[in-house]
Design a protein. Structure first.
Length: 506
């Protein structure tokens, strides 16, 4: 056999290997093929081909493995059990950029599923290898490595700490300065995944100057980048007053407020989340957001969105209102209460309703003026309905009850309280009757209206124990009226009169 024929045999073998991995990689991109490929034992074959002498075969085999691992946690576990990761990580430093991108994809596909699988990536040196890739010249390699590190860091503080300890944070911050938009997005996302866990991890990110770089990008025209930037700033703010103050000092407001008009709904949501994380800490930080128009903008925003997009805005208003009665009144004057009432009517998800009733309670519990503003919107019967509805979640029932009671304790507008006399259970009714017992003794006009509107008659129909707190309140109210009027409106009084008349005639 000639040399040419021998070489041709090897060429055909190489061509066959190349054709095999390309075909498998293509098939692995379709979910319906995954289980069939796995059952056919493709992973051991791909492991061998990842050690092939031909770089193209290696990287295509890695791509196929990544697609398989990306499909499900079971297949990701199979990749780990097949011992594919150690040689993959070991060869990362010596291969070309195409292989590095494919290998980073494999590590990301494995790590994304669970903390346990992320631990397997960390245990085989995957994080250190990925950090080396962050220092590469090629932006595609950096992007793939940053993406994989983000999937590792997002699981828990321990995984995020392993990323920080490897020295990834300064390199990720440097990626924010690169011209490639995709790299900026992934770097911001990974920094967000690190910051979300603890103040200590966040401080590590902040110490590298990340806030100033993120702040410079809030008005970038790229929508996806703005999403990630505002998400990262939110994660930084949430941990402490000092971190929130550092974000404020970066002078992102009022420019960030302007982004509530952004066409992209997730940019708007992330901006609102950022403001929520700022205002929750102190009165002073809340005042900063109010002064730059953030509160009024969020109230308008609630009218332009639906579902979970509303949630951070609803909670933001609750945090603002909770600090002081002046801030709560600012929400009332900005027409925030009718907007919350609208949210309560339009939304069916219990967690959104629970957040809304909590915020309403934070607004209404300060003074009688606050309570009156809430009650005038017709929200008290709605809160009662949500509390009594057996289909309401436990959290929604608890928050509805708490908000209702806190508002009732301040409400002196008897006209808005009276409908509750007819529907409230005894544990709520006693708080309603208490307010009547406070106001009626000192207000002649209110007593007259209470009689003519049927309130006094309804009060006599309420059944309670003689020594109960509720009965004491009822007695206090009855003592404000002449005894014959109270008797007149008591149940069965007309029968007594009729019987007396019959006796007289007889």
């Amino acid at each position: 056999m000639s040399q040419r024929q021998i070489i041709q045999v090897f060429q055909e073998y190489q061509k066959s290997r190349m054709q095999f991995v390309q075909t498998v990689a293509d098939m692995a991109s379709r979910p319906q093929n995954i289980e069939i490929l796995h059952s056919a034992g493709v992973l051991p074959m791909l492991r061998a081909l990842m050690l092939d002498v031909v770089p193209t075969v290696q990287q295509t085999a890695a791509l196929a493995v990544g697609r398989l691992a990306d499909h499900s946690d079971d297949l990701a576990e199979a990749v780990v059990k097949e011992n594919i990761l150690p040689p993959l990580v070991g060869s990362l430093a010596t291969h070309n950029r195409f292989y590095k991108k494919a290998a980073s994809f494999v590590l990301r596909a494995v790590a994304k599923h669970s903390p346990e699988l992320s631990t397997a990536v960390v245990a085989c040196g995957g994080v250190d290898a990925l950090v080396l890739c962050l220092d590469e010249f090629d932006p595609g390699v950096k992007e793939a490595a940053a993406w994989a590190l983000g999937h590792i860091a997002r699981h828990n503080p321990s995984m995020a700490q392993s990323v920080v300890d490897s020295g990834a944070v300064p390199l990720l911050v440097m990626c924010l300065r690169e011209p490639e938009m995709a790299l900026k997005r992934i770097a911001a996302s990974t920094l967000s995944d690190i910051c979300k866990h603890t103040p200590e991890l966040t401080q590590t990110v902040v110490d590298t100057g990340a806030i100033s770089h993120l702040a410079q990008m809030i008005l970038n025209p790229d929508t996806k980048l703005k999403r990630q930037v505002f998400a990262a700033l939110s994660q930084i703010c949430k941990h402490s007053v000092s971190l929130a103050e550092m974000v404020i000092e970066a002078e992102i407001f009022p420019a960030a407020v302007a982004c509530l008009k952004d066409p992209d709904e997730y940019v708007r949501k992330n901006v609102t989340t950022l403001m929520r994380e700022v205002v929750k800490h102190t009165t002073e930080l809340s005042q900063v957001i109010v002064n730059c128009g953030g509160m009024a903008a969020v109230i308008d925003y609630l009218g332009d969105c639906r579902g979970n997009l509303r949630l951070p805005g609803i909670m933001m208003l609750g945090y603002v209102a909770a600090h002081t009665e002046r801030l709560a009144m600012a929400i009332i004057l900005s027409r925030g209460v009718p907007q919350l009432a609208r949210c309560l009517t339009e939304e069916s998800e219990h967690h959104i309703r629970a957040a809304t009733v909590w915020t309403i309670g934070q607004i209404g519990h300060h003074t009688s003026e606050h309570a009156k503003a809430v009650a005038a919107t017709g929200l008290l019967p709605k809160l009662l309905q949500l509390y009594m509805d057996p289909n309401s979640s436990e959290d929604l029932q608890i928050k509805s009850k708490r908000s209702l009671k806190s508002i009732l304790h301040k409400c002196t507008d008897l006209e808005t309280l009276q409908p509750l006399l007819y529907d409230a259970p005894s544990n709520i009714l006693k708080h309603v009757v208490l307010q009547f017992s406070k106001v009626l003794p000192n207000d002649l006009l209110a007593r007259r209206m209470f009689v003519t509107s049927g309130g006094l008659a309804k009060l006599q129909e309420i059944k309670s124990e003689d020594d109960s707190v509720l009965q004491q309140y009822i007695n206090n109210i009855n003592s404000c009226f002449p005894e014959e009027i109270v008797r007149y409106y008591s149940p069965g009084y007309s029968d007594v009169l009729l019987e007396k008349q019959l006796l007289v005639n007889f």
